[in-house]
Design a protein around this ligand. Structure first.
Ligand code: MG
Length: 410
């Protein structure tokens, strides 16, 4: 009875390797690595990992100068002949091979991240399992996305209305907010480190009362436009001092923001922890940090409420899961940064599906009308502000290579 059940369970999770067409009982091997850069609202660097098992793994590395060369000119020779199912061993092999030359952070780690995602996709396809299953199984059926309604929308709307492009008007922000909420997003984010039209010295990181009032006006317009239908977050892009953020946060208290993102320059977790204890709003940071070691001080000092690793930058899928687990030891929540194509986005979806302490994944390409066309699928990936966690093998999407070619950047 038990063995019968065990056999059925085993066959449902690990189908018989020998009987599936296209599979081989031989140990699979990596046969090649290449990249294609897609000219999106950022240069999305797609990684292709070829194997001799009849599958190609797809990954994405964070847009960075030089990352293509590191992947194709260097990591291909490190990985060819290796078993793509050994994802974590190969992650460590890549780190060791770049030891002292960018294995801890920067483009070395970004290149590793892109290849790591492609390895998970290949491993999932070879084993005929979705990536979340290989990571330990899913904790949720769909992933909540949050919409970055970045200042570009405000600029465009302002320009259309005949206003000077460099001012950011409250009505334009409110319209952009309403549009995102009407599309089903329950969390929306705006840039708040934007010009008010006054000449000021931003290098001092000090913002005087009229500047604070301009930002308060933008937040008031957005929160009035969306009411209780969505939470509103704001991004300060490392441009404020502790005292300026404290003043800004005091003026924003009535609006119950979801989070304040990157108020201070990114290096000093002590300063952020000081700020975190002195303001009412939850803080979020992390897109400039690499791996568990890059998040350790933030977490141990309880410097933020939300950690925001970027999967194709911080080390890839497994490293992001480990960052979430580190954060969970202090009951902090992860809300990953994401400015990528559908490939980077699906990497975030599989991490978010796996870890309990996940809030929402960023979507930064609402103004790229062909974002969904990159995926060979009948319907949009994001529906009503959510992505259903796919059960297809690997990342669960296939790219439409004709559309990739159409938008290819040389
Ligand atoms: Mg940001």
């Amino acid at each position: 009875m038990y063995s019968d059940f065990a056999a059925r369970l085993a066959s449902s999770i690990w189908p018989d390797f020998g009987e599936t067409p296209g599979r081989s009982t031989e140990t699979p091997e990596v046969t090649g690595l290449s990249t294609v850069v897609v000219d999106g609202n950022f240069p999305w660097t797609i990684v292709r990992l070829e194997t001799d098992a009849g599958v190609t793994g797809i990954g994405e590395a964070y847009p960075s100068p030089g990352v293509h060369e590191v992947i194709t000119d260097y990591f291909e020779s490190v990985l060819v002949g290796e078993n793509p199912l050994d994802v974590e061993r190969l992650y460590n092999l890549m780190r060791e091979s770049l030891s002292g030359r960018g294995s801890q952070q920067g483009i070395g780690t970004i290149a590793i991240s892109g290849v790591e995602i492609a390895l998970w996709d290949a491993a999932g396809k070879i084993l005929e399992q979705p990536v979340y299953q290989l990571l330990g199984g899913k904790t949720r059926e769909e992933i909540r996305m949050y919409a970055d309604c970045h200042a570009g929308d405000g600029m465009v709307e302002a320009a259309l209305d005949g206003q000077p492009e460099e001012t950011y008007e409250a009505e334009a922000y409110a319209r952009a907010a309403r549009s995102a909420v009407d599309d089903g997003y329950e969390i929306i984010k705006f840039d708040l480190d934007v010009p008010s039209g006054r000449e000021i010295d931003t290098l001092s990181r000090h913002f005087d009362r009229p500047e604070i009032e301009h930002k308060r006006g933008l937040v008031e317009a957005v929160t009035e436009a969306v009411g209780d239908e969505a939470e509103v977050a704001v991004d300060l892009h490392w441009n404020f001092s502790v005292e300026a953020t404290e003043k800004l946060c005091a003026s924003l208290e009535p609006y119950d923001l979801a989070w304040i993102e990157d108020p201070l320059p990114p290096e000093n977790a002590d300063a952020l922890a000081t700020l975190n204890r002195s303001v009412e709003q939850p803080l979020l940071t992390g897109e400039n940090r690499y791996g568990r070691h890059g998040f350790r001080d933030l977490v141990e000092k309880e410097a933020v409420a939300f950690v925001a690793p970027d999967v194709p930058k911080t080390g890839g899928i497994a490293e992001t899961k480990k960052i979430a687990e580190l954060a969970d030891t202090y009951y902090l929540t992860m809300s990953p940064h994401n400015i990528g194509s559908p490939v980077a986005t699906m990497a975030g979806v599989h991490v978010g599906a796996t870890v309990p302490n996940f809030l929402a994944l960023e979507f930064h390409a609402r103004d790229v009308p062909w974002w969904d066309d990159l995926v060979d699928a009948g319907e949009p990936l994001i529906q009503n502000g959510r992505i259903e966690v796919p059960d297809e093998p690997g990342l669960g999407i296939e790219l439409d290579w004709d559309v990739v070619e159409e938008h290819r950047k040389e």
